[in-house]
Design a protein around this ligand. Structure first.
Ligand SMILES: *Cc1c(COP(=O)(O)O)cnc(C)c1O
Length: 308
């Protein structure tokens, strides 16, 4: 029996939903949400976009083992674990930190999906993109395909850029959270391919302290696609909304997430989408966008990561 991508039943295109939030100045704009959180009940939105091309590659080349990296709540490892289990590909998950005695819901799912989990200390984990470390790992796991943390391989940009082609209308601004940069780079690649006077401005919302670092990640991914600065659509990253670091939150942000859930009926969590919506609210309050601008928030999914 062969296992195909179709059997995963990914539901694309995802909906574009108009919202009218109770934020100051929001009535001057048209705001929409691209609901990539709805494309699958297990596979987190942007993680599927980033993985699709790699998984397709693995299948055409009969690769039966994938090695990848992530933290104990990683949406990427979770999505990859589910996909590998469904397609009968072996997954080795290299996980930062030691969770032997305190599992997370994500790790419990990985175990249920029969992933091989290898815990490494923080120092080793920092080597996840180091050539010598990766060379040693490929000796240990011959014939395996390696996917970087967050799924942000060069392959990932193609899958993400399809979001732009899926859109039913044009937007002046597209906002998305930034972690490892693959999603933003994919959006920039997609926007850069649009007819030039309709190109959307792409705004990343940094979810961790990463001024300069995040820009560099994104630029490097774009360069690998031969997209130099001149060919790139307008983009920048906002660094004022990370709440002091990755997965850091405050009672105010948590309450805001609940308020959005209740008033707009859109589930968001504090690590990614909560910071995106919060940033949108603040930027709109500050009148950052001209009247009647059309704004799209990319809901990247990731609700599994908020489980306790
Ligand atoms: C991983 C993730 C992101 C960040 O995407 P990058 O491509 O790593 O920048 C954003 N939102 C969610 C829900 C994620 O899981």
């Amino acid at each position: 029996m062969t296992h195909t991508l179709d059997q995963l039943q990914i539901s694309l295109p995802s909906p574009e939903q108009r919202i009218t939030p109770d934020w100051k100045n929001a009535e001057r704009l048209q705001i929409w949400v691209k609901r990539d959180d709805l494309i699958h009940e297990v596979i987190s939105g942007n993680k599927w976009r980033k993985l699709r091309q790699s998984i397709r590659y693995a299948q055409t080349n009969h690769i039966q083992h994938i090695v990848s990296f992530g933290g104990g709540h990683s949406n990427h490892l979770h999505a990859l674990g589910y996909v590998c289990s469904a397609l009968k590909i072996k997954l080795t998950a290299i996980v930062r930190g030691h969770y032997h005695n305190n599992d997370t819901p994500m790790l419990r799912d990985l175990k249920a999906w029969q992933a091989d989990i290898q815990f490494v200390d923080r120092k080793t984990y920092q080597l996840r993109d180091d050539d010598a470390y990766l060379a040693a790992l490929s000796q240990q796991y011959p014939n395996a395909m390696f996917i970087p943390e967050g799924g942000s391989s060069a392959h990932a940009l193609t899958g993400v850029s399809e979001i732009l082609r899926e859109l039913r209308q044009t937007y002046d601004y597209i906002l998305a959270p930034v972690g490892s940069g693959g999603t933003l780079a994919g959006l920039i690649a997609g926007a850069s391919a649009q007819i030039s006077d309709k190109q959307a401005n792409i705004i990343g919302i940094g979810v961790l302290k990463g001024q300069d670092y995040l820009e560099k990640l994104v630029s490097n991914l774009l360069l690998k696609q031969a997209l130099g600065p001149v060919q790139q659509a307008n983009w920048h990253i906002e660094h004022g909304f990370h709440f002091n670091g990755y997965a850091k939150t405050t009672p105010e942000l948590t309450a805001f997430c609940q308020h959005v859930n209740h008033t707009l009926g859109i589930p968001i969590e504090p690590v990614y989408s909560g910071k995106l919506f919060w940033a949108a609210k603040k930027l709109i309050e500050q009148n950052t966008f001209a009247k009647d601008s059309r704004i799209l928030l990319l809901h990247t999914g990731g609700l599994q990561g908020a489980r306790n």
